[in-house]
Design a protein. Structure first.
Length: 265
C-alpha cells in the first residue's frame, strides 16, 4: 500500500538572484547536507548556497531514501553539486555518499520537539496522517508527547529520528554540526571567533572562505529567504518557548544519553 504523501506549502525560493551577485568558485567535490528533519536545514542550506555557483545547486527536492534513485544524479562524483536531504543510515545511502563531503546537522532534542510540533501543526504542512491533529483536536502537551514517542504507523519517535538520521552516521567520516552553534556565531558575526567557525564549517563542505564571506552569510541567513522560518508558519495553537519539564523528562526517558552524545549535556 502506498504511503500518504506530505505536501509542504512554501513560497518560491528567492535566494538564487542573490547568489549570482557574488563571484563563485565551483565545487570540486560533491557536498551533501544531511540532517535530522526540523533542525534548521533551510538556514544552513541557504548559507552554503551563497558560496556555490547556482548551476551546482541541486534544489529539485530534498533527497531521502524513498526518492534516492530518482535523484541519484545529484550525488554523481563526476558532476560535483551541493544537495540537501534527510538520508537515513542505510546501505544505499552509504554507497551513494561514498565520494561526498557530508555534513550532519542536528539541534538540541528538547528544541527539536517544539520545532517539529510547531511545523506539524502549521498550515504549511499538508499531511493526511497529521492534518486531523490540527485546530485543537489534541492539546499542545499531547502534541509534544507525540513528537517524542511517535505516532504508531504515522510518525517516527524522536529516538528513531535521531538514531537513523544522525547517530548511526557518527564515526563514519561525516561532520557533525549543531544548529545552536550556527545561530550563536551569527549573532556575533564580526568577531574572530565567528570567522574561525565559518571557515571550518565551510571547509567541511569543501569550500574555501572568500574575503566577502560575512556579506554572503548575512544574505544566506536572512529569514526572508527561509521558506520555513518560524514567523512564516501559520499555527493555530500557542506552543511554549521552552520545552516543559515533563516533556524534558520524557525525552531523557525515550533517548537516554542522546543529548550528551550530541554535545548538549
Amino acid at each position: 500500500m502506498a504511503q500518504p504523501v506530505a505536501i509542504i506549502r512554501t513560497k518560491p525560493d528567492t535566494l538564487g538572484p542573490e547568489v549570482r551577485k557574488f563571484a563563485q568558485a565551483p565545487l570540486r567535490q560533491t557536498a551533501f547536507l544531511n540532517s535530522v528533519p526540523k533542525c534548521g536545514t533551510h538556514l544552513l542550506r541557504n548559507i552554503v548556497r551563497m558560496f556555490v555557483p547556482t548551476e551546482q545547486h541541486y534544489d529539485r527536492e530534498f533527497i531521502q531514501v524513498q526518492n534516492l534513485q530518482q535523484h541519484i544524479g545529484a550525488l554523481n562524483p563526476g558532476r560535483p553539486a551541493f544537495s540537501v536531504g534527510h538520508l537515513l543510515f542505510a546501505d544505499i545511502s552509504l554507497m551513494a555518499l561514498k565520494h561526498a563531503n557530508q555534513v550532519i546537522l542536528v539541534r538540541d532534542p528538547y528544541d527539536y520537539v517544539l520545532a517539529r510540533a510547531r511545523f506539524s501543526l502549521s498550515d504549511q504542512l499538508d499531511h493526511p496522517e497529521l492534518n486531523p491533529l490540527k485546530n485543537g483536536a489534541v492539546s499542545v502537551e499531547q502534541m509534544m508527547n507525540m513528537m517524542i514517542f511517535g505516532i504508531p504507523g504515522k510518525a517516527p519517535a524522536l529516538r528513531e529520528a535521531f538514531t537513523f538520521h544522525a547517530v548511526a552516521w557518527l564515526g563514519t567520516g561525516v561532520h557533525l554540526v549543531r544548529y545552536e552553534d550556527i545561530v550563536g556565531h551569527l549573532k556575533d558575526l564580526d568577531t574572530p571567533a565567528a570567522e574561525a567557525y565559518f571557515r571550518e564549517l565551510l571547509a567541511k563542505f569543501g569550500i574555501a572562505i572568500p574575503e566577502d564571506w560575512r556579506d554572503r552569510v548575512r544574505v544566506g541567513s536572512s529569514r526572508e529567504h527561509s521558506a520555513t522560518s518560524r514567523e512564516k508558519l501559520s499555527v493555530g495553537m500557542t506552543l511554549p518557548e521552552v520545552l516543559p519539564e515533563a516533556q524534558k523528562q520524557a525525552v531523557d526517558f525515550m533517548a537516554p544519553g542522546l543529548r550528551a552524545l550530541l554535545g548538549y549535556a
